[in-house]
Design a binder for this molecule. Structure first.
Ligand SMILES: O=C(O)CCC(=O)C(=O)O
Length: 372
């Protein structure tokens, strides 16, 4: 990867975040010049080099146990994850109507008045609620987000309750839609874990078992149109700290991934779900699979939305690659638990593409006390 394609941001101490302004993007989108806080340095606005056109992975045959389809899926996943950490699946079992219903609810959520959104603002050390691009980095992305958590088996974080207790009873239906969305995504994530295990040549259930009682964070991204779309990012270049991410983008397009040293635009496909390898899975694979560097562009004319489902293991699971992936080569990363990485990512300046690099020195030196 050429260094010119990476964005390096000066770090900001968490306390400095309080001095940032909160912007109402719905108002700002009408202005011809965006505030300087949203203007990224010119050298970071590296252009798009082409289109991502690798084959889509059809999950139907894999799920049904078809040997030829399984062998094909394994080969494609291995190549994609070794090269850049990104692939797209179709026939994934998540109903198109459910995805569309989730988008309709996004629209209702982001239409709430700015003041009401402020009441449900994400706390500085948490992940749930609205966020106004105000965390830790001095240069702001052009987006608003709404996030919430979900636990797998024996759910103790029902999404419906979260929606009604934060946004009010009017959002019960939205809660039901997202409860179902999370359950479907969870089922899909376990299938993907099996596919990843087979593609790495380890036992099919090896990874799945760490995620059966795992957790997830769903983030709804809302990117208003932006007159200076060539000067800012919707989401700046980053890797995801979690294990894998399952993403759906609407028809506007804007998701880009870094493959080698090229930024490739991922054309939107309403029947496809995008899968990113995250930092935690990179560690689970002993560094064999790459944590995908990706970004989201904003559109000058149209608002854009995406639905992002971040998959995490149970908090106290030790992230350690299987012995089969270590034989003959040394461990690339030390052991850690997801709770530590989540704590680090939520409480420290985000280093975007260098989260693991900064996490391990912190973990080894500070012996942090994190409640699991
Ligand atoms: O909106 C997109 O396409 C990408 C979003 C993303 O990478 C994120 O929310 O972390």
């Amino acid at each position: 990867m050429s260094s010119s394609t990476l964005v390096s941001l000066p770090l900001m101490k968490p306390k400095d975040v309080n001095t940032l302004h909160l912007f109402d993007l719905n108002k700002l989108q009408r202005q011809s010049n965006i505030p300087t806080q949203f203007m990224w340095p010119k050298e970071d606005m590296v252009g798009t080099d082409g289109v991502f056109d690798e084959p889509l992975i059809d999950l139907e045959g894999f799920v049904k146990g078809d040997e030829i389809a399984t062998a094909k899926a394994i080969k494609l996943v291995k190549t994609a994850c070794t090269n850049h950490g990104f692939f797209q699946v179709i026939n994934h079992g998540v109903d198109a109507d459910l995805i569309q219903a989730a988008y309709r609810e996004i629209d209702t959520i982001f239409e709430l008045p700015f003041n009401k959104k402020l009441d449900f603002r994400r706390k500085s050390d948490g992940y749930a609620g609205f966020s106004f691009a105000d965390r830790f980095t001095p240069i702001l992305p052009w987006k608003e987000t709404f996030s919430f958590g979900h636990r797998g088996m024996n759910s103790d974080l029902p999404v419906v309750d979260y929606f009604t207790s934060t946004l009010g009873q009017d959002f019960e239906q939205a809660g039901r839609v997202y409860q179902k969305y999370c359950e479907k995504m969870r089922g899909l994530s376990l299938i993907i874990m099996e596919l990843l295990a087979l593609s790495l040549g380890v036992d099919r259930s090896y990874y799945r078992k760490f995620f059966e009682d795992g957790t997830s964070i769903t983030r709804c991204n809302y990117y208003p149109p932006c007159k200076n779309s060539d000067a800012t990012f919707g989401t700046g270049p980053h890797t995801d700290p979690n294990s894998i991410t399952i993403l759906h983008q609407d028809q506007v397009g804007g998701l880009e991934i870094l493959a080698g040293d090229k930024w490739l635009a991922v054309p939107p496909r309403q029947d496809a779900l995008a899968i990113n390898i995250g930092d935690t899975f990179m560690a689970f694979s002993n560094g064999i699979y790459k944590s995908c560097i990706h970004r989201a562009m904003v559109n000058e004319e149209r608002m854009r939305r995406s639905l992002v489902y971040f998959v995490n293991p149970k908090e106290d699971i030790v992230v350690r690659p299987p012995e089969d992936l270590v034989v003959g080569s040394s461990r690339v990363y030390p052991d850690f638990t997801w709770s530590y990485l989540l704590y680090f990512a939520s409480n420290h300046p985000r280093t975007n593409v260098r989260t693991l690099e900064n996490f391990f020195p912190w973990l080894l030196s500070s012996q942090p006390k994190v409640h699991t």
